[in-house]
Ligand binder design. Structure first.
Ligand SMILES: Cc1ncc(C[n+]2csc(CCOP(=O)(O)OP(=O)(O)O)c2C)c(N)n1
Ligand SMILES: [Mg+2]
Length: 321
């Protein structure tokens, strides 16, 4: 491991546990999905979990995060309750949004997950609002917004970069660049696919790209950015290159869909952080971590299955329009 990304055994175990847990939650979700017990579309982050884990690893409980419809990893990495997330996917009353949001709309204010949004890019100005509130509170809190490369093509991305820089907001922009917006590769959408950091810089938001999919490289970048932001340095931008292993939405692979091929995925799969970090941990310790994860997930599935659905009279509660 390069010196700059040095991590203690405790760091490696903690980060491995977090990434593996999210991986297994989503694999189990994919296994359950064909049964139709999960009542909403699922956008899986399998292969991309490292970004949420790396960033949330350097956050404090009072910091606030928000993301897109692909936010299981963000929710769990920030400390969202697994039982409540699983129940939400099942549309149950015990879900984190009382079963009314489903997989794409998950939040847990108690642990600083502001929410997630299915409308591409909308979480970006929403989290700038949180950052503005945190700035007014003046307690050193930081907001983090996670979004995809496709979201950088929305007007609100540019507006928010400008506003955040102008207002010196405590906001970290985290672009999870998986190279695709649904089936459209970034090279067919942008004249300069490599210019995301240049765009942020030009708007007055210092930017850094992490291209190698290394958890501790992202954690390093996030850690130093958050430190500067917390001291009043203003917003920063991180572009983390990743790869989505499953289809855009749903539980399956889609390498037969003619928009990409397995050979493109193979180098990312060969560099998988779950496998790489697992090899750095004592096998007995790793087995104990894995066993705990499986037991926790099994309990969450049971919790979701046994929870009641929302009552019919709740149809209009917590609904604004
Ligand atoms: C405003 C808006 N436009 C279009 C869509 C349809 N849509 C859903 S996901 C998506 C692609 C977004 O890609 P990206 O931001 O890279 O995120 P990823 O799915 O790769 O994580 C699009 C265009 C939408 N949900 N909202
Ligand atoms: Mg994308």
């Amino acid at each position: 491991m390069p010196k700059a990304f040095a991590a203690s055994p405790a760091d490696i175990e903690r980060v491995y546990r977090a990434i593996k847990r999210i991986r297994r939650v989503e694999e189990v979700t994919a296994d359950i999905y064909p049964s139709d017990k999960i009542k909403s579309p699922v956008h899986l982050a399998i292969g991309q979990e490292l970004v949420s884990v790396a960033v949330c690893d350097v956050l404090k409980p009072g910091d606030v995060v928000g993301g897109s419809y692909r936010s299981h990893a963000v929710f769990l990495a920030k400390g969202g309750d697994l039982n409540a997330m699983m129940a939400e996917m099942y549309g149950k009353d015990t879900g984190c949004c009382r079963g009314k949001g489903g997989s794409m709309h998950i939040g847990d204010a108690a642990v600083g997950v502001a929410g997630s949004s299915a409308v591409v890019g909308t979480q970006i100005p929403m989290m700038a609002g949180y950052a503005l509130a945190l700035k007014h509170q003046a307690k050193g809190g930081v907001a983090v917004v996670f979004f995809g490369d496709g979201a950088t093509e929305e007007g609100c991305f540019y507006e928010t970069l400008n506003f955040a820089a102008l207002m010196n907001l405590p906001l970290l922009f985290v672009c999870e660049n998986n190279g695709y917006a649904i089936h459209e590769p970034i090279a067919k959408r942008r004249a300069r696919p490599d210019a995301l950091c240049a765009i942020a810089n030009a708007m007055g938001v210092p930017a850094r790209r992490v291209a190698d999919g290394n958890t501790f490289a992202v954690r390093d970048a996030a850690g130093s950015a958050i430190e500067r932001i917390r001291k009043g340095g203003g917003p920063e931008f991180i572009e983390a290159q990743v790869y989505r292993w499953r289809e855009h939405v749903g539980p399956n692979e889609d390498f037969d869909q003619d928009y990409r091929c397995r050979s493109e995925a193979e180098p990312w799969m060969a560099n998988d952080e779950v496998t790489r970090l697992a090899a750095l941990i004592d096998p007995a310790i790793r087995a104990a971590i894995d066993d705990r994860i499986e037991a926790e997930i099994a309990a969450a599935v049971t919790f979701a299955e046994q929870s009641p659905p929302p009552k019919p009279e709740e149809l209009h509660t917590n609904v604004f329009a």
